[in-house]
Design a protein around this ligand. Structure first.
Ligand code: BG6
Length: 484
């Protein structure tokens, strides 16, 4: 066995990390536009996303510069998209995962009519992709909801958001359904608990005293219902469409064979699965319901919600995979960083410069676990490593560490496919350097394509091909057969 003939090789980006042009052509301000540059973000401080206050947000709104808000400038994909898509095409991309900035279509989220300049911009992107036969995979919400909805309603805590999101999604399906077959609702929906502001627009000081936890689960419930309703609309509007849900796959091992470690890791994995369970099986798992009850969380559900969830489940499961983590009952053990989550250091694994532990076999384990549990097609929509690249005098960039990372992960992915896992595609994060979601750094580079811009926004924005560019091109042209 091997990868399918029409395997979707490509890359993934999100609007808020690449586009820039944060206040042009009618775009409204989003939660990403107030994300501050945090080069020294300590992993223990990832919960720092929770430290966001309405005061910080209001100050950010008053500051109209891009200085401390790198996502406002991105890598100027808004103007460079033709050049960038041509480079993706040169690598042989079969697919590109993009997201649509809600604020370009509905600047505050509450308008009755969409912003046609926003629609036109994405229409141009889709046309450009079509020119090269690159299949779009479109995420409706990737960490950039309208800030207005956050300030006015405390984001997804309010049920009104469901209607606003479905209205936005419907416009996207009607406008871009002729180009795009593969859709995703919420990027890493499970992350609402880890960073409630950027995923769900929740500002803790807008919650009643001690009620942040309740707000998080209520917001999640509203997102599940909104995702199900958007799935329904997608099927009504776009024939043969495929709507997926998306998970941050936080594969967690017991740090030792101590049964207490095993139990902790089991609970951690179940907590992670719950979000996919709800969207794929169409109901809250019994143990999860009980967990919420024991937490004292009461979710306000409307009568029809359970039916909506049951009738509109996902066609495929997309997930991001960067690292695995471990759990230990021994609180003195050394910790290690991860994708907005900590773990206990795994002595068998190396780490990136940002401390994320590199575990290619963990990707195979993840694929096997997910396929065995859900039996629906899978798609890896993010995988990659952040690193500080060095440009040589002749403009070359020798990113052998990145090639090695991808080589090992693709090899493990191939082994899972050989076992029979139904895998639709693989989109690396990110094919071009962009602004980091967690730290807003430019210097945390993921791309096969280097962008000449530093953390302060200085640089020519020139695009350069790294060694990995040529390597990935060869992987795609051989359909994953040649990884050397
Ligand atoms: C994923 C996000 O969780 O992690 C991406 O969906 C993000 O948007 C990626 O960029 C890597 O994280 P970071 O913080 O290194 O940008």
């Amino acid at each position: 066995m091997s990868f399918k003939k029409d395997f979707l090789w490509g890359g993934a980006v999100s609007a808020n990390q690449v586009e820039g042009a944060w206040n042009v052509d009618g775009k409204g301000i989003s939660v990403a536009d107030v994300a501050i540059y945090k080069p020294n973000l300590n992993v223990e401080d990832y919960a720092g996303h929770n430290k966001i206050t309405s005061q910080i947000v209001r100050e950010a709104v008053e500051d109209t510069s891009t200085n401390f808000y790198p996502k406002r400038r991105g890598i100027d994909f808004y103007n460079y998209y033709k050049e960038d898509i041509a480079l993706f095409a040169e690598m042989g991309f079969k697919a590109l995962r993009i997201s649509i900035a809600w604020t370009r279509i509905f600047p505050t989220g509450e308008e009755n009519e969409p912003n046609y300049d926003g629609i036109k911009y994405y229409d141009n992107i889709f046309k450009e992709l079509k020119k090269y036969n690159i299949e779009p995979i479109v995420t409706l919400s990737h960490y950039e909801m309208p800030l207005n909805l956050s300030l006015k309603y405390n984001g997804w805590v309010d049920r009104k958001l469901i209607d606003y999101f479905v209205r936005f999604s419907t416009v996207c399906f009607k406008s871009f359904g002729k180009y795009a077959k593969y859709w995703l609702t919420f990027n890493e929906i499970d992350s609402v608990g880890r960073h409630p502001f950027i995923t769900a627009g929740i500002i803790p000081d807008q919650c009643s005293e001690g009620k942040l936890k309740d707000a998080v689960y209520q917001a999640l419930h509203h997102q599940y219902v909104a995702a199900a309703l958007a799935t329904k609309k997608c099927r009504e509007i776009i024939k043969d469409s495929k709507m997926g849900c998306m998970l941050t796959k936080l594969t967690t091992y017991p740090n030792t064979c101590n049964p207490e470690d095993v139990l902790l890791s089991l609970n951690s994995n179940l907590g992670n699965y719950a979000h996919a369970d709800i969207q794929i099986f169409g109901e809250y798992p019994k143990l999860y319901k009980n967990y919420l009850k024991n937490l004292g969380v009461v979710i306000n559900m409307e009568d029809n919600d359970e039916v909506i969830l049951k009738e509109n489940t996902s066609d495929y499961l997309a997930f991001s995979y960067y690292m695995s983590r471990t759990e230990s009952a021994d609180i003195t053990k050394e910790k290690s960083a991860g994708n907005t989550i900590m773990g206990v250091k795994n002595p068998y694994l190396p780490s990136t410069e940002w401390g994320w532990q590199i575990d290619p076999i963990g990707l195979r384990i993840s694929l096997i676990e997910l396929y065995d549990r859900y039996s629906i097609p899978l798609m890896i929509v993010e995988n990659g490593m952040g690193a500080k690249d060095v440009v040589c005098e002749d403009g070359t960039i020798h990113d052998y560490y990145r090639i090695e990372y991808f080589k090992q992960h693709i090899l493990e992915m191939k082994r899972a496919v050989d076992m029979g896992v139904d895998l639709l595609g693989y989109t690396s994060w990110a094919p071009i350097d962009c602004i980091s979601v967690s730290t807003s750094q430019m210097s945390k580079r993921y791309g096969f394509i280097y962008v000449d811009q530093d953390d302060d926004g200085n640089g020519t924005l020139k695009r350069l091909k790294k060694d990995s560019f040529f390597w990935y091109k060869n992987v795609i042209s051989t359909n994953g057969e040649v990884l050397e």
